[in-house]
Write a protein that binds this ligand. Structure first.
Ligand SMILES: [Zn+2]
Length: 320
């Protein structure tokens, strides 16, 4: 079953074409959607959940409107006409900034005055990698950077600090700027505490191995804490069927390494993880990459911090 939350090169090309069509539609949309929005002093738009979540935290209590575009999934940029009109008048637009954002870059080329913030510009980047046993090797290892930079809490700290500067620069009001600085300091302190808790936990884990029956968007997380991993596919490969060699490899690792679970990421049907779970007798367990966060999760109060803390509890249970 195709996974609409990840992005193949073919779909990237389609999306770039779609962005051009949307550009043509923009002039109409501005007329069609001209009913006034409730006017906040500053308007921030994000196509990335973590950018949205951090901007909300930094502007808490300020007259700043923060909106999430296209469901916040970095690989399925599909703005409505209303989003397009909002982008035209945004004071700051946040996006991930990897190869998957080609459609966004195309769109922004027609909006040269739109101030932007790219998450990938504020952290050291790692290349997407293909580890032993992984399927989809032909789609990976071509020098593409892994885009899921926020999965490392240390990266999250860097992104939050840089985002605070960008928001303060976009907001002309000194009183709000002071509050935004205060909020950012508190967000950064919470992210640093999260990082310390993960580091402390992993320091006590003798076998830091994750086995994913899924794609693996935790490259930066694994690099930060010195974890090794096996997975069915790289970062956000569009492949959905790993083939018998990968399945056999992962099943063998599940049976011979003392693994207590087969992991999968959020979203999608995690069929491969479930199949491996059934064959190994281990549970199929989700680690949330804060990659695709549903409106229901957001409504229920999910934040980067809450989702990552849930991951920490899950890891406490299944890694020792
Ligand atoms: Zn992805």
């Amino acid at each position: 079953m195709p996974d609409r939350f990840c992005f193949s090169k073919r779909r990237r090309a389609l999306s770039a074409g779609m962005a051009l069509l949307l550009l043509l539609a923009l002039s109409f949309s501005l007329v069609a959607c001209s009913q006034p929005e409730p006017a906040a002093a500053v308007s921030i738009l994000s196509s990335n959940f973590v950018g949205y979540d951090f901007a909300l935290a930094i502007t808490k209590g300020c007259d700043v409107q923060v909106s999430l575009l296209a469901g916040g999934d970095i690989h399925s940029f599909n703005p409505t006409f209303r989003d397009m009109a909002a982008l035209q008048s945004a004071d700051l637009f946040l996006y991930t900034g990897g190869e998957s954002d080609a459609a966004i870059e195309t769109l922004l080329s027609a909006l040269p005055d739109c101030p932007t913030f790219r998450l990938v510009d504020h952290v050291p980047l790692l290349q997407e990698e293909t580890v032993e046993g992984m399927a989809g090797g032909s789609d990976a290892g071509e020098g593409e950077y892994d885009e899921h930079v926020w999965t490392s809490p240390q990266n999250a700290v860097k992104i939050a600090a840089a985002l605070a500067d960008a928001i303060v620069a976009a907001d002309p009001d000194p009183a709000r700027q002071a509050r935004e600085r205060e909020n950012a300091a508190s967000l950064i302190a919470s992210l640093e505490a999260l990082d310390r808790d993960f580091a402390e936990f992993f320091a006590g884990v003798s076998d830091k191995l994750l086995i994913f029956g899924d794609r693996f968007p935790f490259r930066y997380f694994a690099a930060e804490y010195g974890l090794s991993y096996y997975a069915a596919f790289p970062g956000c490969s569009a492949a959905v069927e790993p083939g018998p060699r990968t399945l056999t490899f992962l099943l063998d690792k599940l049976k011979t390494t003392g693994a207590k679970a087969v992991f999968h990421m959020e979203g999608g049907a995690h069929i491969v993880a479930d199949r491996l779970a059934a064959a190994s007798g281990l549970p199929s367990v989700m680690l949330h990459a804060c990659h695709r966060v549903t409106p229901e999760e957001i409504e229920a109060g999910a934040t980067y911090l809450s989702l990552m803390r849930e991951n920490l509890e899950t890891l406490r249970q299944y890694l020792s």
